[in-house]
Write a protein that binds this ligand. Structure first.
Ligand code: ADP
Length: 550
């Protein structure tokens, strides 16, 4: 961009802007017959192909043009993973407007805040989210129309939603003759708000250029590894961080896409995996927990599923082991965040690792991995001094790259970069081979007697106990050490384990002083809008907890 020096001798290659519309054009032209299969909100299975998707996206783009949408305008979506949402991804961004994906699991008040802050002009929504629209409609004065993503016969007729439009009517009323406009590749393409566990959510505003570069880099073999031979099921939601970019990287490579819609329970996912011969999927650990429980209980195996990317929160090594050994599924542990489009690292092996023992390979694979090309990272101490890459020293993790945020939407929060680097809020180690391992989020680290205890390790040990379904570790007040670890555990159904046994299980697996002081068994862990354990809620709940004194 302009801030960089200009050479007297510029390259003589075409300078076609990197635009999102080019992905669907490519998919239509070269992989037009490849399928997109969706389990719809309506309950049935919908199937069509990239050519048909492109046609309908162009009809929708025409519809938006008729509604007066211009380049840079925002259009919100409250929708599951499905073909209509995919059409909106391309129709909105492709025509120069900004696709604002909204997480329906947030509180309606937060949703209204996000819609207003984003200044969305239209809001597309799946039938499921009608109650949310009813709750927020009167609080969203800038919205010119609510577009229900269904056929006309499903539309409510009670007049409860002002300016209600029918998605299929918009499609049917328009021609598929549409020339995708060309504009500056640095133009905004989509907007996603962070979950905002503290304060108001803030928007990460992606550009066409950042999205295309992220799609190219993340699709590579040592990233998500997506190809035209794959059948890809994004279980990660399209309403949060663009389903890790899969709605772009799959069409870019020609892979078949399979969308689970709202049905994310183990049984529905398993059926879709088998019926659609899914080879690759991506999701957060809690989703795989549900799927694995179903598969184990019913004594099933996978016939085509061979690779999965797990991220969003740490993948417990015990889960990785089960997927790899019992089901023969390659697990790629990945790390990233909304502010990073999201992919930053992926844990894949190199040639030199291939002769290692299984245990040695697993020790590499449980880490969050090496940076994918385009991302640089470093760890620093609290004074900003860079720390060594020895796999032991931990510090604040900072990143930079062309798909990493430079400031939040509307400059909320002011300047976020530190000397050109984005502080992730994560604490990590990096080893001599460049493999990064997250110790914790800095706000979750337990500070015991001036030293830090990372909670991920403690949770991973608990999760490797055969009777433990889920575990979370938090710091609670201790009169001598300031904070000590308290382990909260959800048992597997029908098992009988006591706290002494679980505490003894830590022996020899971690430094003795890291051992949790106490264990509390609970029925369920509170999950946030993106399927992560809400540690701030747990800390609140247990803030007056008295640890046993030794
Ligand atoms: P939100 O919490 O707003 O949903 P993101 O979905 O962007 O935000 O989450 C980003 C954070 O999730 C990271 O900063 C990190 O703390 C955590 N995270 C993501 N992937 C991993 C992983 N593989 N292991 C551990 N933590 C992870």
């Amino acid at each position: 961009m302009s801030e960089y020096q200009k050479s007297p001798l510029m390259g003589q290659m075409m300078s076609k802007p990197l635009l999102i519309s080019s992905i669907i054009e490519h998919a239509d032209r070269f992989f037009g017959q490849n399928e997109i299969v969706s389990r719809r909100v309506e309950g049935d299975i919908h199937r069509y192909n990239y050519s048909e998707c492109h046609q309908r996206a162009k009809k929708l783009a025409n519809a938006f043009q008729q509604l007066g949408i211009k380049i840079g305008d925002r259009i919100g979506t409250l929708a599951w993973n499905g073909y209509r949402h995919l059409e909106a991804y391309y129709a909105v961004s492709g025509s120069g407007a900004v696709l604002h994906t909204i997480n329906p699991r947030l509180h309606p008040e937060q949703i209204a805040y996000i819609v207003n802050h984003g200044e969305d002009q239209y809001l597309l929504f799946d039938i499921t989210f009608l109650p949310i629209i009813k709750a927020i409609a009167e609080h969203c004065p800038l919205i010119k129309g609510f577009v229900m993503m269904c056929d006309r016969d499903r539309l409510p007729t009670d007049g409860s939603i002002p300016n209600l439009l029918c998605y299929e009517d918009l499609i049917n009323a328009n021609s598929d003759e549409f020339e995708w406009p060309l504009f500056d590749e640095n133009s905004a393409s989509s907007l996603c708000y962070t979950s905002g566990t503290t304060g108001h959510p803030k928007g990460a505003l992606y550009s066409h250029r950042s999205t295309i570069l992220h799609s190219l880099a993340s699709a590579m073999p040592d990233g998500l590894n997506v190809s035209a031979r794959d059948s890809v099921m994004p279980v990660v939601p399209m309403f949060h961080v663009n389903a890790w970019g899969l709605p772009y990287s799959a069409p870019l490579t020609g892979a078949k896409l399979v969308f689970p819609g709202p049905h994310m329970d183990g049984k529905s996912l398993y059926e879709l995996f088998e019926q659609e011969k899914v080879t690759f999927s991506a999701g957060v650990p809690t989703i795989w927990l549900g799927l694995l429980t179903y598969v184990v209980q019913n004594n099933l195996t996978f016939s085509t599923f061979k690779r999965t990317v797990i991220g969003g929160s740490a993948c417990p090594p015990a889960m990785m082991k089960t997927l790899r050994h019992t089901y023969g599924i390659e697990v790629v542990h990945a790390w990233g965040m909304t502010e990073m489009s999201p992919l930053g690292t992926a844990g894949t092996l190199q040639a030199k690792h291939m002769s290692m023992s299984e245990a040695e390979q697993e020790a590499v694979l449980v880490k969050q991995g090496h940076a994918i090309y385009g991302v640089d990272m470093k760890i620093v101490d609290d004074s900003g001094k860079e720390l060594p890459w020895n796999g032991i020293t931990y510090g604040n993790l900072l990143v930079k790259g062309p798909w990493i945020i430079s400031s939040y939407f509307k400059h909320e929060g002011g300047d976020v970069l530190e000397d050109g680097w984005f502080p992730t809020g994560d604490v990590a180690t990096i080893d001599a081979d460049g493999y990064m391992q997250i110790t914790d989020r800095s706000k979750d680290v337990i500070k015991s007697g001036g030293e830090w205890i990372g909670t991920i390790d403690l949770e991973n040990v608990a999760m490797s106990h055969p009777d433990v379904l889920q575990a979370a570790c938090i710091g609670v007040f201790h009169p001598k050490w300031d904070e000590r670890p308290l382990l909260l555990v959800v048992k597997k159904p029908g098992v009988n384990i006591d706290k002494q046994e679980l505490i003894a299980f830590y022996e020899g697996k971690i430094a003795k002083w890291w051992t949790p002081d106490d264990v509390v068994f609970i029925d369920a862990l509170p999950l946030g809008a993106t399927g992560k354990i809400l540690k701030n809620k747990l800390r609140d709940q247990f803030k007056d907890y008295h640890l046993p004194t030794a």
